[in-house]
Design a protein around this ligand. Structure first.
Ligand code: SF4
Length: 381
């Protein structure tokens, strides 16, 4: 079964092409610190061998840039630099990669006096000189605050932010870009992508659910979104963002390939097994993870959630202090991990900081309190 797809323009990334009818590629991101070169190369090669067309690395410092230069010499896979908070590293990292990804929500952190359009123009100029593509990666958990203020509806804010950046790049005469609009909720991810695709059918879309979490739930969430988008002809490249130990990161690629193969064969499975009302969202980890205990913690929180599956709430477990604080705001209970401690929040309010050996008991107390409260409410009704 060949799905008909929107006719987007074709964007070249090294030897890979995205959009314009090119085969839908599966990509991934390295979860080891970029500066741990041997581990990063091992993981990039494992991802490439599993079939990843592109592998992304976090670039936060000039040490990451130097490491990426080494990594480039040791792998043939096309590389993407994720310029999280520091867009000014674009020029130094550009010779070592094939694409740069920036998040419109993070451009504000440096050179606060400069406008967004000027910063994007700089990125377009760097990309042009170095023969790179760009991804505008809009993320619901780290939205551009200006878009968040103007559009209180999160989906609308995501779409408007992506449209604004597409327009700025168009204004620079720069066409070699793709866009992603990701959220940890599959339904909102689908709506945002459909809305953007209706308004900019020419722009290739990188699709996926951010912080989908642990398998198998994380695979189901991504499958739901990818099936619904590709069935409507929307989507040109896919990432499955799973929380996995470093040695199993290639499972992301295998999951993406399986989803695509099923869709191609007409096997849609979007009525998933019961995911439970208690949702655990966790990030896929990247070079910014500060403790190896993060993945184990996410797994243990999920095991605890299985026991309490009838509670209707979302727990978010994030791997670092860069995105963790913002990306846990939308959850009922949020945990973000530092090197030796875990920060616990109720909504956007901090509860406290706990050791890795204390945090699970504290989360359990919170969940038990909610379960008791729910039972009391029910008894009164
Ligand atoms: S929350 Fe932090 S560690 Fe997790 S993927 Fe995002 S940036 Fe990386």
């Amino acid at each position: 079964m060949l799905l008909s797809r929107h006719t987007t323009r074709r964007v070249r990334v090294g030897q890979i092409e995205i959009g314009g009818g090119a085969p839908i590629s599966v990509q991934s991101m390295c979860s080891t610190p970029t500066t741990q070169i041997d581990a990063a190369v091992r993981q990039a090669e494992a991802l490439r061998e599993a079939g990843a067309s592109l592998v992304r690395f976090s670039v936060d410092t000039s040490r990451d840039v130097e490491a990426l230069a080494e990594i480039r010499r040791s792998t043939t896979v096309a590389l993407v630099a994720d310029l999280q908070e520091n867009y000014r590293l674009a020029a130094s990292v550009a010779p070592h990669v094939h694409k740069i990804r920036y998040n419109p929500g993070h451009l504000q952190h440096h050179e606060k006096g400069k406008g967004t359009a000027e910063k994007v123009a700089h990125l377009a100029a760097v990309a042009r000189v170095h023969d790179l593509a760009i991804r505008v990666g809009v993320n619901a958990g780290s939205l551009d605050p200006r878009a968040g203020e103007r559009f209180p509806d999160r989906r609308e804010a995501m779409v408007e932010s992506a449209l604004e950046h597409a327009k700025i790049l168009d204004g620079q005469g720069f066409e070699r870009y793709v866009v992603s609009l990701k959220c940890s909720d599959p339904a909102q991810t689908v709506e945002a992508n459909l809305d953007f695709a209706a308004r900019r059918p020419d722009v290739p879309l990188h699709i996926g659910v951010t912080e989908a979490g642990l398998p198998p739930d994380g695979i189901w969430k991504t499958r739901i979104a990818v099936e619904q988008l590709l069935a409507r002809g929307v989507g040109d490249t896919v990432r499955v963002s799973l929380t996995l130990p470093a040695g199993r990161k290639a499972d992301e690629v295998l999951a993406g390939q399986e989803i695509l193969a099923d869709i191609e064969a007409g096997r849609f499975r979007s009525v998933p097994p019961r995911l439970g009302r208690l949702r655990v969202v966790s990030c896929p980890a990247c070079g910014r993870v500060e403790s190896e205990r993060f993945v184990d913690l996410a797994m243990r929180v999920r095991e605890m959630a299985v026991d309490l599956g009838d509670l209707d709430l979302t727990i978010a477990v994030m791997g670092c202090r860069v995105n963790g604080p913002g990306e846990t705001d939308g959850a009922d209970l949020g945990l973000w991990c530092g090197p030796a401690t875990v920060h616990l929040k109720r909504g956007s309010r901090a509860i406290g900081t706990f050791g890795y050996d204390e945090i699970l008991a504290r989360v359990r107390e919170e969940l038990d309190a909610r379960a008791r409260h729910g039972a009391e409410v029910q008894a009164r009704e």
